[in-house]
Design a protein around this ligand. Structure first.
Ligand code: P6P
Length: 305
């Protein structure tokens, strides 16, 4: 488990980012981009927490965006799991940061449409190119999780003074975990090999205890619990959704990068999510993410004869 920090040696996200910049791990522009994302997440947190009051409910379908600053491309899913807002169930924002791919040559006189198109071209890169990724979970606490490629760091919003403070560093996903997080309502639509895997989790086995099912229906909440407690989150393909439901660029790749940085695994059932070369901005892929042994177990079932 990651080393927890006590309250008196508080390090804010701002201080932590400046330290990374001072040590040359990130440059000043990355510091600014990440600070801006954390500010946006604080604003979303305050909107989400007052949703029923300010009639924000029913906000489904917030737009997933790509934006382009000087040296960085940001993919941002501002409110993943937004259908949970009306019931005040956890939601989250997910982000990933890339360098512009070397095909990107945007002329100074480029039109907005050309810049947008080039941004889209730029962002179609494998997740292995991610420079940073993270999410903000809006739940009983507001939790900002970040990796810049040196492990996974967890910051908790202290409402007393509106700052994210470091509460866990170098998080490690347990190598195995007996919690599975799938929408079993889709069971009848799944591949037979996946059904066999799912059935195997319900056998008590030598330990005498079957797995426990936990499903929030919000990727950020289900992922965060999986990262801290171990286990597996999955959104498989099925007869209706041939590539599953989750988006590669701004859900599966950032979460897989975070999982790998925490010693876990992110797979589409057959290959590493971070190796998948996107062919479309809103492309969907199946996702199995969490403890290494749990992801490898489902991969084994899916590749069996
Ligand atoms: P289902 C939310 O819409 C989302 O994109 C993820 O946050 C969540 O894990 C999944 O879809 C839930 O989908 O089909 O189980 O309701």
């Amino acid at each position: 488990a990651a080393r927890k920090r006590s309250s008196y040696d508080m390090i804010t996200l701002t201080t932590w980012l400046l330290k990374q910049e001072q040590e040359g791990v990130i440059d000043n522009e990355m510091t600014i981009v990440l600070s801006s994302i954390s500010t946006a997440c604080k604003q979303i947190a305050s909107l989400v927490q007052r949703a029923p009051i300010s009639n924000l409910t029913g906000v489904q379908g917030a737009t997933n965006v790509q934006s382009y600053s000087g040296n960085y491309i940001v993919v941002f899913d501002p409110l993943d799991g937004s259908s949970n807002i009306d019931a005040a169930v956890s939601t989250g924002s997910i982000f990933g940061i890339y360098s512009p791919s070397d095909e990107c040559h945007i002329g100074d006189d480029a039109t907005l449409d050309e810049v947008t198109q080039m941004c889209i071209v730029n962002v179609c890169q494998p997740g292995s190119n991610l420079l940073a990724a993270g999410y903000c979970m809006y739940s009983s606490s507001v939790i900002f999780v970040l990796t810049i490629g040196t492990g996974v760091y967890v910051f908790t919003l202290d409402p007393m003074y509106g700052e994210f403070v470091l509460t866990q560093e170098k998080v490690q996903i347990p190598k195995s975990g007996k919690i599975y997080s799938f929408n079993e309502g889709n069971y009848a639509l799944w591949d037979d090999k996946l059904k066999k895997y799912m059935d195997s989790l319900k056998e008590p086995g030598t330990s005498g205890k079957p797995y426990s099912a936990r499903y929030i229906g919000s990727l950020v909440g289900d992922f965060h619990r999986t990262m801290l407690y171990g286990g597996i989150y999955g959104y498989p393909s099925d007869q209706k959704s041939k590539n599953g439901k989750l988006r590669l660029l701004y859900e599966c790749a950032p979460m897989s990068f975070i999982a790998e940085q925490a010693g876990g695994k992110g797979s589409d059932g057959h290959q590493r999510v971070l190796d998948i070369m996107p062919t479309a901005v809103h492309q969907r892929v199946p996702l199995y993410v969490g403890s290494v042994e749990e992801v490898e177990k489902v991969e084994k079932f899916l590749s069996s004869e």
